[in-house]
Design a binder for this molecule. Structure first.
Ligand SMILES: Cc1ncc(COP(=O)(O)O)c(C=O)c1O
Length: 440
């Protein structure tokens, strides 16, 4: 596959953008400059077409440029929905109402521009509400780029070191520039380890525990039976706010989020990504007694939420359209995504088995990840110990070279949209069969 024009653009962009691209979590090999997306496909500058499973890091549940969402965006512009930045608007009220309708555990919501802002506010609200400072995060979970949560996502085991007291893991920041003191109030535990959570709760003044209900930034790492319920019980016992970060799971797995599938009610939940099918919108919602801290009558307890672009009308229009489509067609959309996901899983399992490759395909609905190990991972430690990362890297790279854009970084989730067809899945499986036959 020719990427010469992509290469040239990277070289040009490097003059003005460090790394040559916006957001360096997008830096992978091969270096590709993308120019167009439509439905289940994306195109690069050299004219190559890919079946897209990256979905822009997962927002595209309805496919790139979903017509009804794009129409709503155009209409919002034509109707003069500009950014007011004062008072309220009918459209932000409608989006909030829809969110509460889609996710029954939400009494109230606030709207942000990104998922990271939503998780940031979840920490702040929890601290204001409990009067405590410490937080618990999951190793292998990603909850945004801000100081307190930017740690321990894919930390190599050599860098991680052994468990410390009570089952906690050493805090390993994802970035330079985080103040040293942050570390003392962030506790990192392994996902699916209730004992470690209990120990931290017993030993520190914890404001909140934040977790993706399924770890979807290291593939698809599912809660073992009773884990989410156990978190709920421990949070209740210790007065800790339970935050489900549904930025990736929300709207993708069910209208009511993964919490509606698990049947566990968090105190707060954060959303983003699929909520606006590719437009930048985040949300934080949950129990009124917590959300009302944003408007607390006592100024010393009131939690600041501000953002010039919060509730931007164009992104709000996209979110309203997306949620209206999902509400109207949920009985066909989610079963269809499940069927496409199951087709992908069965086909991949068959292909790996027929080539004698040790693999486990983990999946929740339309989100999938192949692990090259003999079981689905329990947590990051298990995954890092057993998954063949090098093979995964070669497998993804070969897919990209054959026109299947599965993000070429080991363990990254594949995302199917309603724009994918059975034929797209079958072609992906044929290509998988070809690359396995050719040898990796
Ligand atoms: C679970 C989860 N939470 C939070 C975020 C941060 O969202 P954003 O990138 O919109 O700030 C992400 C982004 O990948 C995510 O996957």
């Amino acid at each position: 596959m020719n990427h010469s024009q992509s290469k040239e653009l990277f070289a040009r962009n490097r003059r003005f953008i460090p790394g040559g691209m916006v957001s360096l979590n997008r830096r992978v090999e091969p270096e590709i400059a993308f120019v167009k997306g439509s439905g289940a496909y994306v195109w690069d500058l050299d004219g190559n077409r890919y079946i897209d499973y990256h979905a822009g890091f997962a927002p595209y549940l309805l496919g790139h440029g979903a017509p009804e969402v794009e129409e709503a965006v155009k209409k919002s512009i034509a109707d003069g929905w500009t950014l007011m930045g004062s008072g309220t608007t009918p459209w932000e009220g409608r989006a909030a109402e829809l969110l509460c309708e889609c996710v029954p555990t939400l009494d109230k919501v606030q709207i942000t521009t990104t998922g990271s802002e939503a998780t940031y506010h979840a920490l702040r609200l929890s601290r204001a509400y409990t009067g405590r400072d410490h937080i618990v995060v999951m190793q292998g979970g990603y909850n945004g780029w801000h100081d307190e949560v930017a740690c321990n996502v894919m930390t190599p085991l050599e860098a991680l070191g052994p468990k410390v007291s009570g089952g906690e893991y050493p805090w390993k920041p994802l970035t330079a520039g985080i103040p040293e003191q942050v570390q003392s109030r962030v506790h990192v535990v392994e996902y699916n380890d209730l004992e470690a959570v209990a120990w931290v709760f017993e030993n520190y003044p914890v404001a909140c525990l934040i977790t993706e209900p399924i770890l979807q930034n290291i593939g698809i790492v599912k809660p073992r039976p009773g884990f989410l319920e156990g978190l709920r019980a421990l949070c209740d016992k210790h007065g800790v706010v339970l935050v489900f970060d549904e930025v990736k799971t929300g709207f993708r797995h069910a209208l009511g989020g993964y919490q509606s599938i698990a049947g566990v009610r968090p105190d707060l939940a954060t959303f983003g990504k699929a909520i606006a099918n590719g437009y930048p919108l985040g949300a934080i919602g949950g129990k009124a007694e917590l959300l009302d801290y944003f408007d607390h009558p006592d100024p010393s307890k009131r939690v600041l939420i501000a953002g010039t672009y919060n509730g931007h009308p164009v992104t709000i229009a996209a979110a309203i359209a997306t949620m209206e489509i999902l509400l109207r067609e949920k009985d066909t959309i989610y079963p269809r995504l499940e069927a496409l996901g199951a087709r992908m899983q069965a086909g991949l399992e068959k292909a790996f088995a027929s080539h004698g490759i040790k693999a486990t395909v983990a999946r929740q609905g339309s989100a999938f990840c192949a692990y090259f190990m003999d079981h689905g991972p329990l947590n990051w430690y298990d995954l890092a110990q057993h998954h063949d990362m090098d093979f995964d890297g070669r497998y993804r790279r070969a897919l990209v070279d054959r026109g299947v854009y599965h993000f070429p970084l080991p363990t990254k989730q594949g995302s199917i949209s309603t724009a994918h067809t059975e034929a797209d899945i079958d072609l992906t499986l044929e290509i998988t069969e070809d690359i396995l036959s050719a040898g990796l």
